[in-house]
Design a protein around this ligand. Sequence first.
Ligand code: NDP
Length: 450
Amino acid sequence: MADTYDYDLFVIGAGSGGVRASRVAAAHGARVAVAEEYRVGGTCVIRGCVPKKLLVYGSHFAEELQDARHYGWSVSGMEFDWPHLRDTVLRDVDRLEGAYKTTLSNNKVDSFLERAEITGPHAVRLASGKTVTAGTILVATGAWPVMPAFEGNEHCITSNEVFHLETLPRRVVIAGAGYIAMEFAGIFNALGCHVTVVNRSDTVLRGYDETLRDRLLQITMARGIEYKFNRKLQQVTREADGSLLVHTEGLDPLAADIVLVATGRRPKIDGLGLEAAGVTIGDRGEIVVDAENRTNVPSIYAVGDVTDRVQLTPVAIREGQAFADRVFGRMDVPHVDYHCIPSAVFSQPPLAAVGYTEGQARNQFGDVKVYTSDFRPMKNVFAERAERGLYKLVVDAGTDKILGIHMIGPDAPEILQAAAIAVRAGLTKADFDATVALHPSMAEELVLMR
Ligand code: NDP
C-alpha cells in the first residue's frame, strides 16, 4: 500500500472525528493528509459546543450577580459588554484552532487548507487543482444548518453566524425548539434580550423526558421567554429602520432584531463527489456506513455527523478513534456502542439525560418503576429563587436495573456524566440506595429517592 498511493489515509474534514482519526492513524504509522475548507477544529470547536458553552457561562453571570446580594455582596455598576464577550470567546476559538493544528503537525499529518472532492475510490482533487491518491479515504465533513424555504430567509441567521453578532439584539426570534434553539434562547434571555421561540409543533426538545421538558418550559416562561407553538415562519421582511418582521400563520407579525433559525442540521455532502464515486447516500442525505464506518465502496469510510446517526461530538470522536485503530492499528476494537449515550442541553437551567425515558421504557419493558425528586436547590432557596430541580430514575420493575436518569437543574450535565457510568454498567436501584449520600449536594438526590 505504501508505494501505490501518495498517502495511506486522506481525511476530508478536520473536525472532531476527522482530527481524531488523522492523528491516531498517523500514530499507528500511516502516512496521513487532511483537507479542511474552513477552519481546523470543525463545528464543535469553531462554531458549536465550545463557543456556545462559553456564552452560556458568560450569560449565567447575570443570575449569579443578581443572587450575589443574598450572600452579602453589593454589586453596583453592573454592565454587560457584548463585543467584549464575543471577542474573548472568538479569541479562545483561535487558540483552540491553533492547538488542533499543532496536534496535526506534531503527528506529521499533512494539512491542506482547501476544499477536497472525491474523484474515485482512491483519489481526491483539491481546490487548487492538485490530485492526491490514498489507500483509504475518510469523509468527516459533519453537518450544516438547515434553512427552510420561506420568503425572506436571507434575513435570518443560523448558529454559524450567531457567534459574530455586531451588537446584542434587543428582540430575538428563534425558529425551532431543539438543542440550539433552547440553548440560545437561554443565552439571549439571560443577557436581557426579549426572546420568542416559534416552533412547528407544540413540543420543545423532542426526545427528552416529558416531565423535564414541561419543567424547562415553566421555568423559561417565568424568566420571560415567549413561545409560539404550532407555527412556522412564513415570511421575514426587513423594515426601513433595519429591524425585521416575522410573519407566521395566524399571528400578528413579530418584531425582531435577529431571527435565528435552528431547525436541524443536515449531513454536509454537497459537491463531495460521492455519487460519482458510487457511495450510497440515505434518505436524509447521510452517508450510509456499516458498524465499522465503512461505506459500500470498500476504500471509503465516513464518521461523525455526516453519517447522521448521533449528531454529537464525542460520538464522532469515538468513531474516528475506532476507525483508525481498526484500519491502521490492526486492532480488534469493538464496534462503537450507541447504547446509553449521555446527552445534555445547556439551556438555563440545563437538562441532562441518559438511557430510556419513562415513555420509551414503558413501551420496551412494560413494567417500570419511576422515582422522582422534585426539590428546590439550596442555592435557589437562599437566593429566594422559586425554580425547582427535578430528577427522575426509570427502573425496570423486574430486574431493578436503572434504565434511565433524567435531570433538570443547576449543573445537571456535570452530575449526569458520572451517573451515566452506573446506568451503562447496569447497576440497580438497590445499588443507588446502598450508596451513602454526599451531603450537602444536589447530586445526593440520586441516592435518596424512595
Ligand atoms: P434539533 O433536531 O435539536 O431541533 C430541530 C427543531 O426544529 C425542532 O424543534 C423541530 O421541530 C424543528 N424543525 C425541524 N424541521 C423543521 C422544519 N422543516 N421547519 C420548521 N421547524 C423544523 O436541531 P438543532 O438545529 O437544534 O440541532 C441540531 C443537532 O445538533 C442536534 O440534533 C444535536 O444533535 C446537535 N447539538 C447538540 C448540542 C448538545 O449536545 N448540547 C447542542 C447543539 C446542537 P419538532 O418540535 O417538531 O421536532
